[in-house]
Design a protein around this ligand. Structure first.
Ligand SMILES: Nc1ncnc2c1ncn2[C@@H]1O[C@H](COP(=O)(O)OP(=O)(O)OP(=O)(O)O)[C@@H](O)[C@H]1O
Ligand SMILES: [Mg+2]
Length: 285
């Protein structure tokens, strides 16, 4: 009797454990579904306009006009107005959490501002079809995602039609060609889940090559070279700026060495522009 009772207890415990596990699974599935819905509703909000505007054939001028962004009740950006002229390099600096990454995510429309507007060569980015916009504006950020695929596929993500020569040229500018060709399978090497087989600095260079291959008129860099050693970092900068035709760049960084490279530096503080000037002017104040 005692034996069968304890056997029954074991069974019951197993059943309860099984039920709990299933309940847990259902709850996890629900949480995932909620997250997917949240993403889908954002995606739905960021859609092509009914009648897309055309971009002028060249340029790269960017204007933030009085933009504010709120997450819940928190104001993350508060009335930011900033002009970046075509061909200019502007560095955005400010302490962690000041809103640099959020500001950089507005031109490619990862978010839309609650108030104000973002204009590329005079056209409101919300009036452009997303394909046009994302071939004109590229954001390279430290947390860009690499896929479990070959290096070549990861670089050509934004331009799947690119030739091998174009892929290699972009990798060369991003100082990635050498380490890629030193790998046993070169450009055909698989890089595993989230690029785990690469170092932080190698991942950053793949992400830069990906952005350069798109050949955007406006390049946004968000801490995009923070893991590179100073010599590689300087070479990457040469690759980005050394061309006859200067591209427009807005670069977020906390590093003074990078700030010094900008034509102009803008200091963000708690979502507002606190100061603007040359690197020297800013450090004098
Ligand atoms: N998806 C989000 N939901 C809610 N709040 C967010 C979200 N993303 C960022 N924030 C908040 O917005 C503020 C600005 O963040 P942001 O990432 O732009 O800072 P940052 O200046 O880029 O900082 P860092 O130098 O550390 O990269 C922070 O207070 C952050 O907590
Ligand atoms: Mg950031």
């Amino acid at each position: 009797m005692l034996l069968s009772f304890s056997a029954w207890m074991v069974q019951l415990t197993n059943r309860i454990a099984g039920l709990l596990e299933r309940f847990n699974f259902v709850m996890q599935a629900k949480a995932s579904a909620d997250r997917i819905n949240a993403v889908l509703s954002v995606e739905a909000a960021i859609a092509d306009p009914p009648r897309a505007a055309a971009l002028p054939p060249s340029g790269g001028g960017l204007r933030f006009s009085n933009v504010s962004v709120k997450f819940g009740e928190r104001r993350i950006l508060d009335g930011v107005s900033l002009d970046v002229r075509a061909g200019e390099t502007v560095v955005l600096t400010g302490r962690s959490g000041s809103g640099k990454s959020i500001l950089l995510s507005l031109p490619p429309r990862l978010y839309d501002p609650g108030e104000g507007g973002v204009f590329l060569d005079g056209v409101d980015v919300r009036d452009l079809c997303l394909e046009t916009l994302r071939s004109a504006v590229c954001l390279a950020s430290d947390d860009a995602v690499l896929f479990n695929d070959t290096i070549a596929a990861n670089i050509s993500l934004g331009r799947p039609d690119a030739s091998q020569a174009e892929i290699e040229q972009a990798a060369q500018l991003a100082q990635a060609h050498r380490f890629i060709t030193e790998m046993p399978d070169g450009y055909d090497a698989g890089i595993g889940e989230r690029g785990l087989t690469l170092s932080g600095g190698q991942r950053q260079r793949i992400v830069l090559a990906r952005a350069l291959l798109v050949g955007p008129r406006l390049l946004l860099l968000d801490d995009a070279s923070s893991s590179l050693d100073p010599a590689t970092d300087a070479a990457v900068w040469q690759g980005l700026t050394g061309r006859e035709q200067k591209r427009t760049m807005l670069v977020a960084t906390q590093r003074r060495s990078v700030a010094a490279r900008g034509d102009r530096v803008v200091l963000l503080d708690a979502g507002r522009i606190a100061a603007e000037g040359t690197d020297e002017e800013l450090w004098r104040t």
